[in-house]
Design a binder for this molecule. Structure first.
Ligand code: AHG
Ligand code: MN
Ligand code: MN
Length: 349
């Protein structure tokens, strides 16, 4: 039986796409793959050992942290400490960014933003969770990297990816030359190329949104949901509603089958819920590289100004034609009108 190319082999082969590459990005991606395998091992035994449950501390967004959130965060950070290619980590689980100051990291050029465990509330009920990562090159050339090095637009990402810990575990990533997916073969402990050149269908029949918040949605979103539900055989409507509550899992399914994922501004989350730096931008990069579209309802996600580490954004992403239709519905109501729907303030750039 032939064995598919492993993640390590693939990364090395693709290094040739970047003529001046010295292998640093390759090593960083390899380190992420190794940490993902360790996190996978713990996620798999979450039901067996006393590792589930809340630690009790609260992160900067006021959310309760689970033990596995913290465990995953530590694994990725220590992979960067030993790896030597990353100078700063921005993590959902840390209020401030972290300088990596190990001996081997003196000349590190890369900044990593990470959501170590996405969908962590699903751990307790054995539903898929994920990891999301985004990689930037630092802008400054010497001294310690600073906040200015981090606050780059999504369009500046050099690589991004996610890991889905699901019925099988997969790592999907892009370096701006398409998207490739690798499935973990537990028998050899390697991620093997299983989904080369992933392309999201231009159209789909799945919409993913937490409809429980319907009354809190902007009018444009309500209009789009109604559009999805109308009977129309020419466009295969009504569409199917699917919402797991782990963004990575919802996105992964939509990339393969076609669909749209929406987390809009809501009355209680007036700037959206998902975080721009380590959730929206990396997934937007992947979606675009797979031939899809990612927007905040009005503008391309990857072009948004980044002003804060834990900045939030509304997000509409997936199959291009579906996102275009949702934007068309959003455009029926001016952003100012949308803003007036809520007591909170919405940032429209
Ligand atoms: P995290 O576990 O990293 O905080 O992310 C949870 C996110 C995302 O994965 C998911 O799509 C969304 O929160 C679900 O939020 P709602 O429960 O508000 O729908
Ligand atoms: Mn998340
Ligand atoms: Mn998380």
């Amino acid at each position: 039986m032939s064995i598919n190319m492993t993640l390590g082999q693939f990364i090395l082969e693709k290094q040739g796409d970047f003529p001046y590459a010295k292998g640093e990005l390759s090593r960083l991606l390899r380190d992420i793959g190794i940490a993902a395998k360790i996190v996978n091992r713990e996620v798999n035994k979450a039901g067996l050992v006393d590792i589930i449950g809340e630690v009790g501390s609260t992160n900067i967004q006021g959310e309760r942290q689970k033990k596995l959130d913290i465990y995953a965060n530590e694994q990725f950070i220590s992979a960067f400490q030993y790896g030597g290619e990353c100078c700063i980590v921005v993590s959902e689980e840390n209020d401030e960014f972290i300088h990596i100051e190990s001996e081997v990291s003196k000349d590190a050029k890369y900044i990593v933003a990470i959501d170590p465990l996405d969908g962590s509330s699903n751990i307790d009920v054995n539903v898929s969770v994920g990891t999301v990562f985004s990689i930037y090159r630092r802008k400054s050339v010497d001294g310690k990297a600073t906040l200015d090095d981090i606050l780059q637009k999504g369009v500046e990402q050099v690589a991004a990816g996610y890991v889905i810990y699901g019925s099988s575990t997969m790592l999907v990533y892009t370096t701006g030359k398409g998207v490739n997916g690798f499935t973990l073969d537990p028998s050899i402990g390697e991620f093997c190329l299983s989904h080369p050149d992933m392309r999201i269908p231009k159209d789909g029949t799945i919409y993913s949104i937490n409809e429980g918040y319907y009354t809190h949605f902007p009018d444009g979103v309500k209009k789009y949901i109604k559009y999805c539900q109308v009977e129309d055989s020419k466009t295969n409507r009504p569409y199917t509603s699917r919402y797991i509550g782990s963004m990575v899992a919802d996105i992964h399914r939509n990339i393969i089958l076609g669909g749209i994922f929406i987390y809009p501004i809501t009355a209680s989350a007036p700037n959206g819920k998902l975080r721009l730096v380590y959730e929206c931008n990396p997934i937007a990069f992947i979606i675009e590289q797979a031939g899809g579209k990612a927007s905040n309802g009005y503008q391309r996600i990857l072009d948004l100004e980044v002003t804060e580490l834990h900045q939030r954004s509304a997000i509409f992403m997936g199959s291009e034609n579906m996102v275009n239709k949702a934007e068309e519905m959003m455009a029926c109501f001016s952003p100012q009108q949308t803003k007036r729907n809520f007591e909170g303030t919405m940032v429209i750039q």
